[in-house]
Design a protein around this ligand. Structure first.
Ligand code: NI
Length: 179
């Protein structure tokens, strides 16, 4: 893809609301997709990106919550499973590269433990509490099950958020624009 912004699937595309398939083998194509997703995520200033957001309906997400131009710490999670989600619920303003122009407040558990394969096929454990990583893990893994941030809202608010997003896109908003 020549343009990272054009690579991102934008709501209300139905691929964002579709259950994704588990990855059975980590092939060169899977590695190439991970590279492409990381490139897209950094180019659009995102902190996470899920495969369906680039049109691939498989269970992979990339996350980097605190990168700078000089320092990057990317995680690639394959077939991630939330094994624990507990702790007090926290409301946090979330954006999503597939929903240009909007930010929505979503309440989620504050503590999460995730198991996932890395690109070497090793089972990794991620634990996060009360931070952006805890939010991001849940937001990105939701994407693999056809659930987006607006699906956590009540129906009227959800419809309003989708409308606001479509208006913003019509007005020229691009992935990474949050208002
Ligand atoms: Ni998202």
């Amino acid at each position: 893809m020549s343009n990272e912004f054009d690579d991102i699937v934008i709501a209300p595309d139905e691929r964002l609301f579709t259950e994704c398939a588990a990855i059975e083998e980590i092939t060169p194509e899977i590695r190439a997709l991970a590279d492409r997703m990381l490139q897209d995520m950094y180019a659009t200033d995102g902190c996470g990106l899920a495969a369906p957001q680039v049109g691939e309906l498989i269970q992979m997400v990339v996350i980097d919550v605190d990168y700078t131009d000089k320092k990057r710490n990317p995680y690639v999670l394959i077939n991630p499973q939330i094994v624990t989600a507990d702790g007090e619920e926290r409301e946090f303003p979330e954006g999503c590269l597939s929903f240009p122009g909007i930010t929505v407040r979503v309440a989620r558990p504050s503590h999460v433990v995730v198991h996932a394969l890395n690109l070497d096929g090793e089972m990794m454990r991620y634990e996060a509490r009360d931070n952006l990583m805890a939010v991001c893990l849940q937001h990105e893994i939701d994407h693999l099950h056809g659930v987006t941030m607006v699906d956590h809202l009540r129906p009227l608010k959800r419809a309003a958020a989708l409308r606001e997003c479509q208006d913003a896109v019509a007005a020229g908003a691009r992935p990474g624009d949050t208002e």
